[in-house]
Design a protein around this ligand. Sequence first.
Ligand SMILES: [Zn+2]
Length: 245
Amino acid sequence: MNAGQCAYPGAWPGTTVCYSYDRQEWKRCLDTAWDEATGALTWTHAAESNVVYYAYFAPYSHERHLDLLARCAAAPGVEVRSLGKTLDGRSLDLVELGNPEGSSVWVIHRQHPGESQAEWFAEGLLERLLARSDGLTLDLLKTCRFRIVPSMNPDGAFRGHLRVNAGGANLNREWGPTGDYAAPTLERSPEVLHTLGEMDRVGVDFFIDVHGDEARPPLPPPPPSSSSSSSRRVQRRIAPRRARA
Ligand SMILES: [Zn+2]
């Protein structure tokens, strides 16, 4: 195996390979082992079918992305529109719902396209908001305007990239000039440029950037006293065109 030559071998320690027979239900090969010296990732699996699929994370396909958008577009009070085009000409899709006059809540997902679990998160979030079946959801929809980007990097997802877009840019390093290069630009990172343009137009009161991190244990919720520093971090993150996340 050549796992040592991948874009981010630092993720292999502790990882467990996913497998599926039908690409719907995914389970883990818990005995996955990583050998840094040889660059080999190995696992044993007594397959119960001649057809079996292995994956780093449970995939979230472009087809499923389009199905999700269709469900959103068919729901009352939900607007689905394109923020612009990616380098490969795909649509950068935005889902909006809630009170148009409410606080502007942005949730973006999957800047790193290999982190497919981030788009599963988007699907769960949207399904809960669309269901309007609990008091918390109804309160939030009354007081907030949700602006949700389920997939920030559809080109990278389609091409099978782990970290970058079609032009090789790591979108999470494109939210402001770095000193080494101008960012975001239409040539390097239209995904971020279009998103920031809409943020400037409609405003941002709250922002979440959803990633998937296989190396990190589940994070506990922050204590109440940390809310102000979280707020400052969010402000730095989106503060436009200067922050490096
Ligand atoms: Zn990430």
